[in-house]
Ligand binder design. Structure first.
Ligand SMILES: Cc1cc2nc3c(=O)[nH]c(=O)nc-3n(C[C@H](O)[C@H](O)[C@H](O)COP(=O)(O)O)c2cc1C
Length: 396
């Protein structure tokens, strides 16, 4: 199934938030395309591809840490995971963090059979990305970005008939942005995503969409589709903005921050938070999603309604289920936050008390052993003394 970028509603690449359960929830709620979180080229290259029958997923596992092995009971880090049953088929774009044309190709080749397209992150302004020449640093090294994209198109895109794309931020002026883009749009890529903020801008700042009409014309000249990103609230908001800007319906929209909070915003009427919560947990449990990642998503889904406080100390899916089944009215969405928090506080206090009793038990055990050892030593010393005494007596 070829990837259709034109007019697509997209789930943005999001480290942590864009893991498999979020993508599946979005796919069940009318998203057209989903991006994986950015994964660094060198990291994915070292991974092993493993079919995980328990969660019905394809897992890319990092090597065991140095000097550790399976025998030590060490769990390998799952760097990337997709659904084995095909829930993402035809819709999954894998995003690479890279600054090197050859490593980019090696990384793409590693996953290409399991994904539908490859995207290059050329917008991340975080120091860890920029310092190694990745992300937004590529906007300042257009020749390098161009050779990464050309290499990917020639060595991965064409042989596997899969599209290559890039996600950029705008530069400080329209002129410099258009000049950069006219260079990279000629590389044979299929899609350009523009995050309408400069690398220095924070996500809370309003996006600058003024350059989009000219960028769109440039894209059309080069037969590349365009996806607009930055500050979009939901499907209706995006369609309204696209219309107001006089853009064609083949311009797509990508959502990050708001989709993190509600991955069903691709519907005309997104689901309410409590339905999102129930559906997300259901998917996360089936996939054995690591609890720390699920907890992170709960803080995002529940933050507006300030219900996340009740979930901050949960340690298992059983505890999450208990909170939902006991304190949430699934018809009205009323959540008994105070009672839920009290329950969790009591539970953690009990844990603490149990840990204290366990430590006390261990200490008592230790004391007993020490006492036994001391008594044995004393006996031994006395026996030795007796022996010496007898020896002396015999000599006399
Ligand atoms: C939690 C989070 C993680 C992100 N991770 C990535 C990433 O891995 N790759 C990337 O290109 N952008 C990443 N971004 C940026 C988004 O994809 C998007 O460009 C940006 O948030 C603007 O969209 P928004 O205004 O809808 O949030 C991330 C954003 C958020 C909120």
């Amino acid at each position: 199934m070829p990837v259709v970028y034109k007019g697509a509603l997209c789930l943005a690449p999001m480290v942590r938030a864009g893991n498999l359960p979020t993508r599946i929830l979005a796919l069940q709620n009318k998203v057209d395309l989903v991006w994986s979180p950015e994964i660094i080229d060198k990291k994915i290259i070292t991974c092993d591809r493993v079919i995980n029958k328990e969660s019905n997923t394809i897992d890319y596992l990092a090597p065991y840490p140095e000097n550790r092995s399976k025998k030590d009971g060490v769990k390998r880090e799952c760097v990337f995971r997709t659904h084995f049953g095909g829930e993402e088929k035809g819709k999954l774009i894998f995003q690479i963090g890279t600054s090197d044309p050859d490593l980019a190709v090696q990384a793409a080749l590693k996953v290409i059979e399991d994904v539908d397209g490859i995207d290059v992150n050329s917008g991340c302004p975080k120091p860890f990305s920029v310092h190694s020449g990745c992300g937004a640093a590529l906007l300042r090294t257009p020749d390098r970005l161009e050779s990464i994209l050309r290499n990917l198109v020639e060595k991965v895109g064409k042989p596997y008939s899969k599209p290559i794309s890039v996600k950029v931020r705008i530069l400080e002026s329209e002129e410099s942005t258009l000049s950069l883009l006219s260079q990279i749009l000629k590389t044979g890529i299929s899609n350009l995503t523009v995050h309408c903020r400069t690398p220095d801008m924070r996500n809370r700042q309003s996006p600058i969409r003024e350059y989009i009409p000219k960028i769109y014309n440039l894209c059309k000249e080069n037969n590349v589709s365009l996806i607009m990103n930055g500050g979009l609230l939901n499907k209706k908001d995006f369609i309204k903005i696209r219309k107001e800007m006089g853009l064609d319906v083949d311009v797509g929209g990508m959502f990050a921050d708001k989709a993190e909070e509600n991955p069903t915003l691709f519907l005309d009427d997104p689901l309410p938070w409590y339905q999102v919560l129930i559906n997300y947990i259901d998917i996360a449990k089936k996939l054995n999603n690591p609890i720390h990642n699920t907890k992170y998503m709960l803080t995002r889904i529940l933050r507006t309604d300030k219900i996340d406080k009740a979930f901050v100390s949960v340690k298992s899916y059983e505890e999450i289920d208990y909170l939902i089944n006991t304190f949430l009215n699934k018809e009205t969405g009323h959540f008994e936050i105070k009672q839920a928090m009290k329950y969790m506080q009591d539970l953690r206090s009990k844990d603490k008390e149990q840990r204290r009793l366990e430590q006390q038990r261990i200490q008592l055990e230790k004391n007993k052993i020490e006492k036994k050892e001391k008594t044995a030593q004393k006996l031994l010393d006395n026996n030795l003394k007796d022996d010496e005494h007898i020896e002396k007596k015999q000599k006399v």
